[in-house]
Write a protein that binds this ligand. Structure first.
Ligand code: NAG
Ligand code: NAG
Ligand code: NAG
Ligand code: NAG
Length: 785
């Protein structure tokens, strides 16, 4: 009981006490229901129902099932904890499970209470994103999907619907949940979303092979413009995000559109917050017009937990509880996480606020998912995914993948005079590992929404592999807060050894769900600890930062007593091994930052200001590398390696693009008349026909093999109002031996990669000169319309 409580406290908005009650209810309910609960639907007695007939279409089966339910049975199915319907042989179902970076018991659908006690715990998403390697991302989510099925097959899952990935843009460095996301760039986030969904659901990496069957169901969350948890007393439940059409079009929505259209995700979660006054879960334009009609979404939509309750009780958007229920189902939501619907749907129906056909529509979406998961085809052990066994959980391959993800994500930020890698001599060097995160517990290294790891290697154990007598001192023992006497002790330790690694940063007490930061500096007296130890050490020290969001470490960046800096996110169950392998040169670091690291003054910008674009007139600096114009500590895409890489544009198939279809429009920006085309007017065929192939040569000039992400940006020749400073358009990771030359070919499609959002939220291609950028290389192309 205690275990499951501690695993749930950081999740969603539920109070600890209600979870304890929930666990109790669950437990007793489960035991009482054992005799009447069918083990699976469509076993021998019930298998004559049309909804059990695998030869019929999914929606026909779902419709048949829904048509057999009474109103009370229907209403009971509209919440995350859906009860069994014994008279039809239908077992209960739990919609809420989590698998952000590994199958987790953070939701309530997964229990780990049988032969499977844990699952592979991959690095927190922000670190995995830093590899810029979609192939790796896909392998990870495929592993998660297989482990999820194994857990289900072992009888330890009450559902197969996972509420991941979190694909909100990491808009503000203070966001407590930024760690869960792939960072600040909409293209990276979109690609991460697509690969995650494909891997988890059982599609191929390129997509297109997913039929109706689902290995597991993924959920694009939180739809939309959700990226503030609790900042200076304002919480996500009350926050009304004021978002422009322009920012929606090219920042907030693209990850969701891709998650749905390219990824073919079978789930969406609508977010707590309002956007321009309307609660997301009650927004017909968002859920039905945009997702279902425009993007052809055919899955289910869940609310975030208690998001329906707050529409009436906190936001006051709906006058009564019944109005709130009617609003969300009319908007297109299908299932509530929470119980508000259980209490108020009946009266909403009686008051004629909620029509039955809306309930049926929602239920058909819900049962379609359960049917697609293979839960209405009789004994699941006999089905496609029925043979995935417990041996696949925590397998050698999956743990190797967790190690690779940590190694490929860790970013080398500074390495003066090649301090790293440290020598692997015998006898080993004398080493001290100092800092509040130097022997970080599983709660720190896993990040939030974690499951139970297979076998965690602590950072300290990782170092001991290379220097057996590594001395450890926390420097600060009470979380990240430092005590003066401890700093003194740490200094004495540092004086005795050849090398010092300081492991600092944040943890969940600083950044988490329902808790954004107010400052960007290292917390407590960490900076003092760093400076004191660095000053006392024989050699320049190595600084390692564990954190999801960025910290302002300007002083360390310029301090000559700090020779090397590494960012290790929250590196997962094998992070300790990965970090030590990098520091001792058994792996060549290649990760690059997926977020801008801002200086501490950035906090002058209110976190509530959703505008992406800078406004020089009012001193608003804009957000992310695409629009931010102020000074940076480190920029998006920054990352060193033990190798130096050089680039060359080898060929570009066209450098003069002329678009002579459809009408040309004119606009004035910075008192210059600009000609442009609407992408929507060009049509699919024209867009496809205009592609440009770009071939880039890259050389590993170092003496170590390395994996290196190549980032191709585009920039307009002349920076124009409202347009990005630059934009990532393509990326790929290549592995090159020492001294090896390689090449990558990228296809650029002007409608996708050269277009910008205008103020009306429409994508347009502007006439003018553009520059392709890779590293320090530039290549000009010209566009006329
Ligand atoms: C909702 O009701 C179910 C069934 O009565 C109960 O098990 C669960 O704890 C409730 N959920 C919440 C979020 O209160
Ligand atoms: C390091 O952490 C582990 C696990 O949390 C703990 O068992 C161990 O005692 C710690 N080591 C030291 C030297 O404090
Ligand atoms: C553009 O297309 C129109 C009609 O297809 C043609 O008359 C015109 O000459 C073309 N202009 C250019 C610059 O190619
Ligand atoms: C656009 O055209 C391409 C190639 O001609 C085709 O594969 C794709 O399905 C089309 N997309 C749409 C939305 O029509």
């Amino acid at each position: 009981m205690k275990e499951s409580i501690s695993h749930s406290i950081s999740q969603h908005s539920m109070a600890l006490s209600s979870i304890a009650i929930l666990c109790l209810l669950f437990f007793t309910h489960h035991q009482l229901a054992e005799s009447t609960q069918p083990p699976y639907a469509c076993g021998s007695e019930s298998s004559t129902y049309p909804f059990c007939n695998p030869k019929l279409g999914i929606s026909e089966r779902a419709k048949d099932l829904v048509s057999r339910l009474t109103l009370d049975e229907k209403i009971a199915q509209l919440v995350n904890t859906a009860p069994s319907i014994p008279r039809l042989g239908i077992p209960s179902y739990q919609w809420w499970s989590e698998a952000l970076h590994g199958v987790a018991d953070a939701g309530i659908g997964i229990t780990f209470n049988g032969i499977i006690k844990s699952a592979t715990s991959f690095p927190q998403v922000i670190l995995t994103a830093a590899s810029f390697d979609p192939n790796l991302w896909y392998q990870i989510s495929k592993a998660i999907g297989r482990e999820a099925r194994a857990v289900y097959n072992a009888g330890e899952a009450k559902g197969m619907t996972f509420w991941a990935p979190n694909i909100n843009i990491f808009r503000d460095p203070r966001w407590g949940r930024g760690q869960e996301t792939p960072g600040e760039d909409p293209l990276v986030t979109a690609e991460y979303a697509v690969t995650y969904v494909r891997g988890l659901q059982g599609d191929s990496i390129k997509g297109g092979t997913l039929g109706e069957r689902l290995q597991a169901s993924a959920c694009c969350k939180h739809f939309t413009a959700y990226d503030l948890d609790q900042w200076k007393g304002l919480d996500r439940f009350l926050f009304d995000a004021r978002v422009t059409s322009q920012d929606l079009a090219d920042t907030y929505q693209p990850p969701f559109q891709n998650c749905i259209q390219k990824g073919r995700a079978s789930g969406i979660m609508c977010a707590y917050n309002r956007v321009n006054g309307v609660p997301n879960c009650a927004d017909f334009n968002l859920l039905t017009k945009t997702a279902r009609k425009q993007w052809n979404f055919d899955g289910y939509i869940t609310s975030d937990c208690e998001a329906v309750t707050i529409i009436h009780e906190k936001q006051g958007y709906a006058k009564t509880a019944e109005d709130a229920i009617a609003d969300v189902f009319r908007a297109g939501m299908d299932v509530e996480c929470g119980n508000y619907t259980l209490k108020h749907a009946k009266s909403a129906v009686l008051e004629k606020k909620l029509p039955i056909y809306q309930i049926d529509r929602a239920l058909e979406n819900l049962f379609s998912i359960r049917i697609r998961l293979g839960l209405f085809d009789g004994n699941p052990a006999k089905l496609t995914y029925g043979t995935i066994g417990p041996n696949e959980v925590c397998s050698k391959q999956h743990r190797q993948l967790a190690l690779e993800a940590a190694r490929d994500g860790i970013v080398l930020l500074k390495n003066t005079a090649s301090l790293l890698p440290l020598p692997k001599t015998k006898p080993s060097i004398s080493l001290a590992v100092i800092g509040p995160n130097a022997n970080a517990s599983s709660k720190v290294v896993l990040g939030n929404y974690y499951g139970r790891p297979c076998k965690l290697v602590t950072l300290l154990e990782g170092f001991k592999n290379y220097a057996k007598d590594t001395i450890y001192h926390p420097g600060c023992s009470d979380g990240p807060q430092c005590d003066f006497a401890e700093i003194e002790q740490a200094v004495e330790v540092a004086k005795k050894v050849d090398y010092v690694v300081l492991v600092m940063g944040l943890d969940q007490s600083q950044e988490r769900e329902s808790h954004d930061r107010e400052y960007l500096e290292l917390p407590g007296r960490q900076e003092e600890l760093i400076n004191s130890v660095a000053k006392a050490s024989k050699k320049p020290v190595i600084l390692v930062l564990l954190c999801g969001g960025p910290v302002d470490i300007t002083s360390a960046k310029f301090d000559s007593k700090i020779g090397a800096i590494l960012w290790a996110g929250y590196p997962g169950e094998l992070g300790g091994l990965a970090l030590a392998q990098i520091i001792f040169g058994d792996h060549n670091p290649g990760g690059r930052l997926p977020i801008t690291w801002y200086p501490k003054d950035f906090i002058k910008v209110p976190m509530t200001d959703m505008r992406m674009r800078a406004d020089p007139a009012s001193g608003y600096p804009g957000r992310t590398y695409r629009f931010y114009t102020g000074p940076k500590v480190y920029e998006f895409g920054y990352g060193l390696s033990y190798s130096k890489y050089s680039y060359k544009f080898l060929s570009v198939t066209q450098n003069n693009l002329h678009i002579n279809q459809s009408s040309t429009h004119l606009t004035v920006k910075n008192s210059e008349a600009i000609r442009y085309k609407h992408v929507s007017e060009l049509g699919n065929e024209t867009c496809q026909s205009m592609s440009v192939s770009v071939t880039i040569g890259v050389e590993n000039q170092g003496n170590m093999v390395g994996k290196h992400p190549i980032l191709l940006f585009i920039r307009q020749g002349k920076q124009r109002n409202g347009n990005p400073v630059k934009q990532l358009v393509r990326f790929q990771s290549v592995k090159l031996d020492a001294g090896e030359k390689g090449r990558v070919a990228f296809e650029l499609r002007p409608c996708e990669h050269l277009s910008v959002a205008n103020e009306a939220g429409l994508m347009v291609i502007e006439e003018g000169s553009y520059l392709l950028l890779v590293g320090d290389q530039e290549y000009p192309i010209n566009v006329t319309v």
